[in-house]
Design a protein around this ligand. Structure first.
Ligand code: MIG
Length: 633
């Protein structure tokens, strides 16, 4: 059952699509109250209750014992100490003595104190006066999720080729660099379907432009790659370069499409292109306008995009920078104590993504000025909705690949997400694994992390182990930052182990695609915590390093360095498949704890009794897969 409670007159976030009669917020059964001008509610947790949800966030599948904040943030350090990442996924669920889910449909900041202040209490603070809260009750966590997901609508299904292996880097800056990647993979006989274009393909980082020195005849080039079975996926950033004569900027100015300052002038801040204006994506006409701009690239043969920097990330504002410079100039020549030094240092390091800047940004909704803070968490989602709706209308649903960095529930209907700038750290294999079921609860099915890690230098074994998790994630993309060690699969000498891992992915694609489509159609999760399936089993309930995959399987990737395998808990008898290239080794394991050897070129898959897993022959491209010639294991 689902009930809706309302405070004030909320802006329509487009998250829930089932029409429901709203009750008063004061009838919400979890201690609704106003404290210090903010709305709060709370519920008690028994010792063995698990709190699930919050989608893309730090820490565990069980969210207990930390404070999280829904506030879309461009933060490239995904450490335990953080409260916010790029997304605002306001769905939380209690599983245990009772079972219910809560969705706070509010695009302003929301704080989730999940047993941090009071170990047995979850306290939620909503920093707004107009919003809806939904209460979902059912008999089990799985049913709560299903009920919630049916209310927010079916998840986006990308094109079939988007299940192929994808290679990215910031940046393959010209056609030669892209060709080298394709050649590297082809020579190593490693499957590949997509190569990504990061910001350097543009002219001066301007959206919907192509640098002609880097790609002299882009259209021709895109079609030549397509003939080779390779799709190019360009990035689109939220900020529009301030430059007279640049069509997008001029049109935005002429039509009043950009966010404003309080005095009505255009809000400006620095991002990659330099000073930028920010489309007011909350306006339907702005979404239609910006969405239609993708056509420029689609007409050149492009079939997929990734939307970046749409929290929105702000490196600095003119106001912030000038104030900081004034302080620095003012301090010059004065006797500087340590306090003064750290103050100036903080002023400069705090220039990016400043609260003051977000507070000085204004939207216009139905002719009314709305402060950015009240809708912050919808900005990126609306950017992606702009593209998604244009694609669905003009090219048909699921024809164009789209995924975004920032997101809000609702955006899962038109796009996927990636988990942003992780690190080439072993701990991030596990963090990214834990994000998968949480993201699925919130509707995001097409997702994945930067395999091999984005920041910092990767090692060969890390990339292999990361890829072995990526074999199962719908988005299987290796991506890394400018200046870090190359981490393409052919960059570490002998590529055989990489081929073995990625071939396993291609063998599984028909099966994974089927699970994906069914999960979208039936409002199911692809990845579930073991506790969803084995409710009374203590070890399963506490397991944070293994996941159920669909209805037949369990996965348990290796996430530590210098180990030859890992300990795996089997909540029932299962068959272990050791997959490597076209090799399949199968053995039976009894319920209980096992140490399982996993070589660097192997992918372990645990299959429940009485289930059969279809495999096809691998191919270098998804288009060459013979999806109707399946062998069953
Ligand atoms: O400030 O476009 O998360 O994937 O490679 C960094 C450059 C901007 C952040 C994205 C990352 C991308 C990078 N971008």
């Amino acid at each position: 059952m689902i009930r809706k409670f309302r405070l004030g007159s909320p802006y329509d976030t487009n998250a829930v699509i089932t029409p429901l009669q709203a009750e008063s917020i004061w009838d919400f059964p979890f201690n609704p109250a106003v404290t210090d001008g903010c709305f709060e509610f709370s519920f008690l947790m028994r010792q063995d209750d698990i709190v699930y949800g919050l989608g893309e966030a730090v820490r565990g599948i069980n969210k207990r014992g930390w404070i999280y904040e829904s506030y879309c943030s461009d933060d490239p350090f995904h450490t335990e100490s953080k409260r916010s990442l790029y997304a605002a996924h306001n769905f939380i669920m209690l599983g245990g003595s009772g079972c219910f889910g809560i969705f706070v449909d509010c695009p302003a900041r929301v704080r989730w104190d999940v047993g941090y202040t009071q170990p047995d209490e979850t306290r939620v603070t909503v920093f707004a006066k107009d919003f809806d809260v939904y209460l979902i009750t059912a008999d089990s966590p799985r049913e709560v999720v299903r009920e919630f997901r049916s209310a927010v609508g079916k998840s986006y299904v990308p094109p079939f080729w988007a299940f192929g292996y994808q290679q990215s880097r910031w940046s393959y800056h010209n056609a030669d660099a892209v060709d080298r990647v394709v050649r590297g993979y082809d020579e190593a006989k490693i499957p590949l379907d997509c190569v990504y274009l990061d910001i350097d393909y543009m002219q001066s980082f301007k959206d919907f432009t192509v640098n002609e020195n880097a790609f002299p005849d882009f259209k021709e080039y895109v079609s030549a790659k397509k003939e080779q079975g390779i799709r190019l996926i360009p990035i689109i950033d939220a900020g529009v370069k301030k430059e007279e004569g640049y069509e997008i900027y001029d049109e935005g100015i002429k039509n009043g499409f950009f966010c404003k300052n309080a005095d009505g002038s255009v809000f400006e801040a620095g991002v990659w292109p330099g000073v930028c204006a920010f489309p007011d994506f909350l306006k339907p006409e702005v979404r239609r306008w910006f969405g239609s701009k993708y056509r420029y690239l689609i007409d050149m043969g492009i079939e997929g995009f990734w939307n970046d920097m749409n929290e929105p990330a702000l490196f600095y504002s003119a106001n912030g920078l000038n104030a900081a410079l004034d302080e620095a100039v003012d301090a010059k020549g004065k006797n500087f104590d340590l306090g003064g030094f750290f103050h100036i240092k903080d002023v400069f390091t705090g220039l990016s993504n400043r609260q003051e800047d977000y507070s000085s940004m204004w939207h216009s909704i139905d002719g009314k000025a709305v402060n950015h803070q009240d809708v912050h968490n919808l900005y990126g989602a609306c950017m992606t909705r702009a593209a998604g709706e244009y694609f669905a209308e003009n090219y048909g649903e699921g024809e164009i690949l789209m995924f975004s960095r920032a997101s809000y529930i609702g955006a899962h209907r038109t796009a996927g997400i990636w988990f942003g700038d992780n690190h080439s750290w072993w701990s991030h294999i596990l963090l990214n694994l834990k994000m998968l079921p949480s993201a699925n609860m919130c509707g995001f099915l097409y997702c994945g992390a930067d395999l091999g890690g984005f920041n910092d230098n990767a090692t060969r074994d890390l990339v292999l182990r990361f890829l072995a998790l990526g074999v199962f994630t719908p988005l299987m993309r290796n991506h890394s930052a400018l200046g870090t060690r190359d981490q393409e699969c052919y960059s570490f000498g002998d590529a055989g182990d990489f081929r073995d891992i990625i071939e396993v992915r291609y063998r599984l694609i028909p099966y994974l695609y089927k699970i994906f489509c069914a999960a979208s159609a039936d409002s199911e999760m692809i990845f579930r915590p073991l506790s969803f399936d084995y409710l009374g089993d203590k070890i399963a309930r506490e397991c944070e390093t293994q996941l159920m995959l669909g209805d037949d399987c369990m996965i348990a990737p290796v996430y530590e360095q210098n180990v030859s395998g890992r300990t795996v808990y089997l909540p029932e008898d299962m068959r272990l498949l050791r997959l490597s290239g076209t090799r399949v080794e199968s053995s039976e394991l009894k319920k209980g704890i096992h140490y399982v050897d996993v070589a660097l070129n192997e992918v372990p898959l645990f299959v429940k009794k009485g289930k059969k897993i279809p495999l096809c022959q691998p191919a270098l491209r998804t288009r060459d897969l013979k999806t109707d010639e399946l062998e069953f294991v």
